[in-house]
Design a protein around this ligand. Structure first.
Ligand SMILES: Nc1ncnc2c1ncn2[C@@H]1O[C@H](COP(=O)(O)OP(=O)(O)O)[C@@H](O)[C@H]1O
Ligand SMILES: [Mg+2]
Length: 308
């Protein structure tokens, strides 16, 4: 049985349909990533699953129960809310890092070792620092520690690495991998494709409050005829190249001067791109074929440019 099961979930804010018929499941002892750009409905979904927000309709089952107004779930789940950005999110502005973590640990029957967790997230030297003096990244690391210190069965992490530096990002990834190894179910949100690709067993791609694709990173990026990429001058007439390649072809200028061709055999694409460029006196650079990245899949599914 899935640890989290969401079926036809809907939630609007006034006329904004934040979540619009969303369904997915998160399996036990696995990492499920809800991937989507800003405004896709990730936070709303996570907050509903964590029992922090009511839904308009649809069903949500978390550890076999409806999370809304269900205090029995509280000790079994950990929540890391999305960082507010302004640093004003501190629930305990005057409390010191070590104290607040020890307090959260004291609520749990079998908490993790506070000292080891502080070490792991590079917070030991800040143990006596009040929350309000922490930088955004430090607050985020503490917020992650607070979510996991009680050894929950299920953790919700809303953009756990947004805004973190490389070292903190890796520390967070490694902690998440250890949680999974310990049998914890992880449901995280991200707008970073590389993070979903690296961490997740199951990726749920969300756009405008709906699931547009779901599967393992490998399944989502499986080669389907291959992508041919090349660099050249920006602004080439991709519609003309598409016509030349045939109706199945999809050509996009992924970013200025970076092109991707999909939907046609790589051999044909390579030959046609080379000839087409030559006719225009353009030299295609870094011509390559290969497996699609999750980013290509994501951009293909959600339409326009990269996530905000
Ligand atoms: N409290 C709120 N009041 C009004 N609109 C909201 C509120 N929270 C979110 N929204 C809107 O709902 C949509 C989904 O938001 P959110 O769930 O935060 O998405 P994400 O986490 O993917 O960025 C967005 O259009 C956002 O502006
Ligand atoms: Mg969000």
């Amino acid at each position: 049985m899935a640890t989290v099961e969401v079926c036809d979930l809907r939630r609007s804010y006034g006329s904004v349909r934040a979540v619009d018929g969303l369904s997915f499941a998160a399996q036990p002892a696995a990492v499920t990533a809800v991937l989507g750009r800003n405004g896709a409905g990730k936070t709303t979904t996570v907050e509903i699953c964590a029992g922090l927000r009511p839904r308009d309709s649809g069903s949500v089952t978390v550890l076999g129960k409806d999370p809304w107004r269900n205090p029995t779930l509280r000790p079994r789940i950990g929540v890391m809310p999305q960082a507010a950005g302004s640093g004003a999110a501190g629930v305990y502005p005057a409390a010191r890092v070590g104290e607040v973590l020890a307090l959260f640990a004291s609520f749990a029957a079998h908490p993790l070792d506070v000292g080891a967790l502080l070490d792991r997230l590079d917070l030991t030297r800040l143990a006596r620092t009040p929350w309000r003096r922490l930088s955004g990244g430090e607050q985020q690391r503490l917020s992650l520690a607070l979510a996991v210190v009680g050894r929950p069965e299920l953790v919700f992490l809303d953009e756990p690495t947004a805004g973190l530096d490389v070292a903190a990002r890796h520390a967070t990834w490694s902690l998440i991998e250890d949680l999974r190894a310990a049998g914890v179910t992880v449901l995280l949100t991200t707008h970073a494709m590389d993070e979903a690709e690296r961490l997740a067993d199951h990726v749920v791609v969300v756009a405008s409050g709906r699931v547009v694709a779901a599967g393992s990173p490998a399944a989502l990026t499986r080669e389907d005829g291959g992508t041919v990429r090349f660099s050249a001058v920006p602004g080439l007439p991709v519609a003309d190249l598409t016509t030349r390649l045939g109706t199945a072809a999809r050509v996009r200028e992924v970013s200025p001067g970076e092109y991707a061709v999909e939907g046609v055999p790589a051999q044909h694409a390579l030959a046609t791109v080379t000839a087409w460029c030559a006719e225009r006196g353009v030299l295609p650079d870094r011509l390559s074929t290969g497996r699609r990245s999750l980013e290509d899949v994501f951009l293909g599914l959600t339409g326009d440019g990269p996530p905000a």
